[in-house]
Ligand binder design. Structure first.
Ligand code: PRP
Length: 206
């Protein structure tokens, strides 16, 4: 029996679709239920940012989570397979009328991905002030809170609607199947057999 943490929303639905395809079975969460038990799997529905926590503490053996979240949190998990769903980019966004200038002294960067942003600028020895926000990041440059943002771009619509543009891609992200290190050894056969089935399904979808 494998316990699998899924992030609520589109990635969970798409992952369940892949499981349905692979195992030719119905896996459907009943209304507002957070656990779905089937013969071989137990699915947990959790917040996107909480998936690594469940897997790291082995409350789930494996999980599905965006590379952006993995990179931001930096927990020690086994990256088993790129599921190639939930694709997005982590980008530097600036005002549409501006050019990206990373040499400006005293750059202020608003973001919810503080670690990704900090690492990016540190690797290039660019001094910046990181301003942590929890959402609506696109607002920050419009009201002078920051010079630029580091944020997730999916369709690009939010930036566009707010007079911003993606100026540089920091990270290309998609959803990964990840495993707890101990589970990866103790349930190796189950995880590898799941890996085999899922990777065939992922390849045939792409
Ligand atoms: C994310 C991200 C952008 C938006 C990008 O926000 O922070 O704001 O989605 O998507 P788009 O390129 O398709 O427009 P989210 O929806 O998670 O809301 P938040 O502002 O509360 O973080």
């Amino acid at each position: 029996m494998l316990t699998i943490a899924l992030p609520k929303g589109r990635i969970a639905s798409e992952t369940i679709e892949i499981f349905k395809e692979v195992f030719k079975k119905d896996f459907d969460f009943a209304d507002r239920k957070l656990i779905l038990q089937s013969e071989d799997f137990r699915f947990l529905l959790v917040r996107n940012q909480d998936v690594p926590t469940y897997v790291y503490h082995q409350a789930a053996d494996i999980g599905v989570v965006g590379l952006d979240v993995l990179e931001e949190q930096g927990l020690d998990l086994v990256r088993v397979l790129d599921l190639k769903i939930g694709r997005c980019r982590v980008c530097i966004g600036i005002k549409e009328s501006e050019e990206l200038d990373l040499n400006k002294p005293s750059l202020k960067v608003a973001t919810k991905s503080v670690n990704i942003a900090r690492n990016f600028f540190a690797q290039r020895a660019i001094p910046v002030e990181i301003i942590k926000l929890y959402g609506s990041i696109e607002l920050a440059p419009l009201v002078g809170l920051a010079d630029m943002i580091v944020d997730i771009v999916e369709t690009g619509e939010t930036m566009k609607q707010n007079g911003l543009k993606p100026a540089l891609t920091i990270l290309e992200s998609s959803a990964y199947l990840v495993a707890n290190k101990n589970s990866f050894y103790s349930k190796k056969d189950e995880i590898l057999s799941l890996y085999e089935s899922l990777s065939t399904a992922v390849e045939s979808r792409n």
